[in-house]
Design a protein around this ligand. Structure first.
Ligand code: HEC
Ligand code: HEC
Length: 308
């Protein structure tokens, strides 16, 4: 009897301890309306750059969350298990923990993201709580205003981004960021050049805080970047823009950071490790492209529309 009592006391103590340890991860956790809105926005800016809900297969770099959620719900119907699985994958993407092996084959393994733990907790709850957009539904919405040159600029910028993103993702996976860095250094420019040859368009990347001085924005381009920055701050949509002047006709498309970028463009000594940054500086002594957080304006694509 006494032993049973001891056991039950022990059991209760353990149960209480576990619950305290988990704090937030208990079942039926629901995000407040405010948290929901900020998390949705975070995901849209930081994850959907690759996990786009658009039905357009060509510009997508990863499966849409609609499909991911479906796979995870099937495998982990309980909220706590679902959230734990999502979190452990995002913290350390690897093939053993992945559910979507077909997606790995098609897109390559997801590179590591720099997401804070509390943020990741909210993302996991959000993905459990909220049904994600079905790609076919967003297709209709896209089609309605997907015409003309601005759609062409967007398409071009996205396909270039896809080539760059895919290669960068591959390099990060293969040999880590040091390997990827030399890849960027030697090949980033030729890559965009071969893209523009491919598409018979001139397309390049510029920034107000460039790593490579050749990518510095001109006075005119700085004005466009400032407009994008303002639009981002007032949470307006950042679509393609056009400009014509005596030099010709140009189309622009903004480039935002996501958590993958921070290991090379984040804060020095934080996401961007000091030792690694010394190597960056050896290659790019004039580097200005650090200190970024996720979802910030990093630069923009410039398309020469007269060559279209
Ligand atoms: C740079 C592109 C990129 C970004 C940004 C990105 N992902 Fe991914 N993600 C991928 C790719 C590619 C896959 C599919 C291959 C795989 O499973 O690794 C994937 C797969 C996943 C999966 C499913 C893994 C599986 O197979 O079980 C989850 C969950 C996920 N991502 C969550 C996130 C979250 C949350 C974010 C934002 C913090 C994010 N991703 C941002 C590229 C990205
Ligand atoms: C492995 C390190 C690495 C990662 C990860 C990385 N970059 Fe870069 N980035 C570089 C290097 C190196 C350059 C300079 C390339 C060159 O010489 O043109 C660069 C250049 C750029 C440029 C051109 C303007 C400039 O500063 O020269 C933009 C825009 C840019 N990166 C955006 C991004 C975005 C957005 C991401 C995330 C999706 C990202 N980068 C991820 C290393 C990286």
């Amino acid at each position: 009897m006494r032993r049973i009592l001891t056991f039950s006391v022990l059991f209760i103590m353990m149960a209480v301890a576990c619950n305290q340890g988990q704090e937030q991860a208990t079942k039926d956790k629901v995000l407040s309306a405010e948290k929901l809105a900020t998390t949705k926005e975070y995901v849209a800016l930081n994850c959907q750059t690759c996990h786009s809900p658009d039905a357009d297969h060509d510009s997508r770099l990863a499966p849409p969350f609609f499909a991911i959620r479906k796979h995870y719900l099937k495998e982990f119907p309980e909220q706590a298990d679902f959230e734990k699985a999502i979190k452990s994958f995002v913290e350390r993407p690897n093939e053993e923990h992945a559910l979507m092996l077909g997606a790995i084959e098609k897109f390559g393994l997801m590179p590591p993201m720099m997401v804070e733990e509390s943020q990741l907790n909210d993302i996991a709850t959000y993905l459990y709580q909220v049904e994600q957009i079905h790609p076919q539904h967003s297709d209709k919405a896209e089609g309605a205003h997907g015409k003309g040159k601005s759609a062409e600029v967007k398409r071009l910028a996205l396909s270039t981004k896809k080539v760059l993103g895919k290669n960068l993702m591959g390099e990060l996976k293969e040999g880590g960021k040091e390997h990827a860095l030399s890849f960027c250094n030697v090949q980033a420019i030729t890559l965009t050049d071969s893209m523009s040859q491919n598409l018979k368009h001139r397309i390049r990347r510029v920034s107000d805080k460039a790593r490579n001085p050749n990518n510095k924005a001109s006075a005119e381009e700085l004005k466009v970047l400032a407009e994008y920055q303002q639009a981002l701050e007032s949470k307006e949509e950042l679509g393609p823009r056009m400009l014509n002047n005596e030099n010709g006709n140009y189309g622009y498309f903004p480039i935002l950071t996501n958590p993958m970028c921070l290991q090379c463009h984040g804060k020095i000594g934080a996401e961007l490790e000091t030792d690694f940054y010394q190597k960056v500086q050896q290659l790019y002594p004039e580097d200005e492209a650090t200190g970024y957080g996720p979802g910030e304006l990093r630069g923009m694509w410039v398309v020469d529309l007269d060559s279209l």
